[in-house]
Write a protein that binds this ligand. Structure first.
Ligand SMILES: Nc1ncnc2c1ncn2[C@@H]1O[C@H](COP(=O)(O)OP(=O)(O)OP(=O)(O)O)[C@@H](O)[C@H]1O
Ligand SMILES: [Mg+2]
Length: 448
C-alpha cells in the first residue's frame, strides 16, 4: 500500500488513495480529530515512547504541577578564568530533575534546521534528533499498518520548500529528515514539497482549463508559497517557490512576549534603589521548552531575590511557580488557544489559574495584529518575491489556495484579499489537504 504522510511541525496526518477514493487514516484515535496527530513525542523515564495526544496527556499528568526536585550531581573539575580573580579550579555540578517521569518533545521538525540541537540525553540514553523523529515516524507507520491491515510498501512524505532560509541549514535539515526515515526503516520513501501536494489535491476537483495557482501554505513552523500552472489532470509546471520560517509557533511567541510578561514580573524593580530586575530572565519564556532553563540554581536565586526584594512579589511568585512546577506547556496551550480564538472573535480573554499563577488578560484582535505586524510584512515580501521570480503580477493569479492552520488568521486573509481579490481566494482542507495530495502523488508514482 502506498501512503502519503504529512509530517508537520504541529500536526501530522496520513492519507491513502486508490485511484478513485481518498481516505484519511485515523492515526490518533484518542484525539478530538483522530485524523490529526499532534507531532509530539513523550519518552518515559523507563524509555517507553508515546506520540500525539497521549504524549501530551502523559506529560501533563506526570509533570505539570509537580514541584521539580533537584539532585546535584558532581561531574568533575574545570579550570575557570575570571577577569578579576585569575584562573581557579571549580567543581562542576549539574542539577538533574530527580523525579521527572518523562520528557516531552514538540516541534521536532523545526529543530531540524537548528545545528545546535544534535543530540539530547533522556534519562541516560542519548538520542540524536534523527533518532527522536525516527521514533515518531516508526510509530505512525505501525498505526497505519494496524489500521489498514496491510504493509506499507512506499511513502511520499511532505517537505517544506525551505526548512530554513540559510542554504546550509536547509540542506542540514533535509539530510537529517532523510536520515530519520532511514533510521525508522520506512519503505521506499520519496519527498514532495508540501504546497505541491496541496495543489495536487485541489487539482482533482477542478473543471476546465489550465490555471495559475498560488499555494499559500501557512502552518506551525513555516510559510511556503508556490506558484504553478495546473490542469485538471494534475499536470503542473512550477513557476516559482519561496518560503520563510514564520509559522504559528512564532505567532504564539509574539503574543506571549508582547502581552503576558508583566504577569510574570517583567518591569519589576529591586530594592530601595529601584534597580531593574534582569530582563534576560524573560527571554527564556519565549518558548515553553526553554522555560525549564530557569530551573538552574543561578536563575532560581534571581527569582527568589525578586520575590523578596522587588516591587512585584506576586508576579515573581507566579514566575517561580511557572518554572518550578512546569506550567510552561499549559501556558503555551492557553496562548495558542487565545490566538485561535482571535481568528473567530474580535477579542479574547486569556485566563490562567495554576499554582501561584493567577491572571486574566484581555486581548483585542487589533493588538494581536499589531504584534505580528513584522511577520505579516515578511510573509507579504515572500509572496512578492515568488511573484517576481515567476514574472507575474497578482492579477495573473487565477486561484490562491489557503492551507495550513495559520492561513485562517484574519490578518493574513485580509492581506491576501487586498492583493488578489476575495473571489480568487479558496480555503483548502487546512489540516489534511497536504496529506491528501501526498497520497495522490504516492499513487501516481506507481500507477501514473
Ligand atoms: N483557526 C486558527 N487560527 C489561527 N491559527 C490556527 C488556527 N488553527 C490552527 N492554527 C495554528 O496552525 C498551526 C498548525 O497548523 P498546521 O497543522 O497546518 O501546521 P503543520 O503542518 O504542523 O506545520 P508546518 O506545515 O509548518 O510544518 C498551529 O500553530 C496552530 O496554532
Ligand atoms: Mg503543514
Amino acid at each position: 500500500m502506498q501512503v502519503g504522510l504529512d509530517f508537520g511541525t504541529t500536526n501530522s496526518s496520513v492519507a491513502v488513495y486508490d485511484g478513485q477514493h481518498l481516505r484519511l487514516i485515523p492515526i490518533d484515535p484518542i484525539n478530538a480529530n483522530p485524523y490529526i496527530l499532534r507531532s509530539t513525542l513523550f519518552i518515559s523515564r523507563d524509555g517507553v515512547p508515546y506520540i500525539g495526544r497521549e504524549a501530551i496527556n502523559r506529560f501533563t499528568e506526570g509533570n505539570v504541577g509537580r514541584e521539580i526536585d533537584y539532585a546535584w550531581t558532581y561531574i568533575g573539575d574545570a579550570e575557570v578564568t575570571l577577569a578579576d580573580v585569575g584562573t581557579v579550579v571549580q567543581a562542576l555540578y549539574v542539577t538533574v530533575d530527580a523525579n521527572a517521569p518523562g520528557r516531552l518533545f514538540q516541534s521536532l521538525k523545526s529543530s531540524l534546521r537548528d545545528r545546535a540541537f544534535s543530540e539530547t540525553n533522556v534519562f541516560g540514553t542519548r538520542y540524536t534528533l534523527e533518532a527522536l523523529i525516527a521514533v515518531v515516524l516508526r510509530m505512525i507507520r505501525e498505526r497505519v499498518e494496524a489500521y489498514l491491515g496491510r504493509p506499507v510498501t512506499s511513502m511520499v512524505i511532505g517537505r517544506p520548500v525551505h526548512y530554513a532560509l540559510d542554504i546550509e541549514a536547509d540542506r542540514l535539515a533535509f539530510e537529517r529528515m532523510q536520515a530519520a526515515c532511514v533510521a525508522a526503516d520506512l519503505p521506499d520513501v520519496t519527498f514532495l514539497e508540501e504546497p505541491t501536494a496541496a495543489a495536487l489535491s485541489y487539482a482533482r476537483g477542478i473543471q476546465g482549463t489550465e490555471r495559475r495557482v498560488l499555494v499559500f501554505d501557512f502552518g506551525g513552523g513555516t510559510l511556503d508559497v508556490t506558484i504553478m500552472l495546473l490542469d485538471q489532470q494534475g499536470n503542473r509546471v512550477f513557476l516559482a517557490t519561496d518560503g520563510v520560517p514564520v509559522g504559528g509557533d512564532l505567532l504564539d511567541q509574539r503574543l506571549m512576549m508582547g502581552r503576558l510578561l508583566p504577569h510574570f514580573g517583567a518591569g519589576a524593580t529591586l530594592g530601595p534603589r529601584r534597580l531593574p530586575f534582569p530582563t534576560h530572565v524573560f527571554e527564556h519564556l519565549a518558548e515553553w521548552q526553554t522555560i525549564v532553563d530557569l530551573t538552574q540554581p543561578r536563575y532560581l536565586a534571581i527569582i527568589e531575590e525578586g520575590i523578596a526584594l522587588s516591587d512585584k512579589p506576586r508576579e515573581m511568585r507566579a514566575l517561580r511557580s511557572l518554572v518550578r512546577q512546569n506550567y510552561g506547556l499549559p501556558l503555551y496551550e492557553k496562548v495558542e488557544a487565545a490566538k485561535v480564538h482571535l481568528s473567530e472573535q474580535a477579542k479574547t480573554v486569556l485566563r490562567m489559574q495554576m499554582g501561584e499563577i493567577d491572571f486574566e488578560e484581555q486581548i483585542p484582535r487589533w493588538d494581536f495584529e499589531r504584534l505580528i505586524g513584522p511577520d505579516v510584512r515578511a510573509v507579504e515580501r515572500c509572496i512578492d518575491r515568488a511573484l517576481n521570480a515567476a514574472g507575474l503580477q497578482p492579477s495573473d493569479i487565477d486561484v490562491v489556495l489557503r492551507t495550513g492552520g495559520s492561513s485562517r488568521i484574519p490578518r493574513f486573509v485580509r492581506m491576501l484579499t487586498e492583493k488578489f481579490g476575495a473571489t480568487r481566494l479558496q480555503e483548502m482542507d487546512v489540516f489534511t489537504g497536504v496529506a491528501s495530495g501526498l497520497a495522490i502523488a504516492a499513487w501516481e508514482r506507481t500507477h501514473g
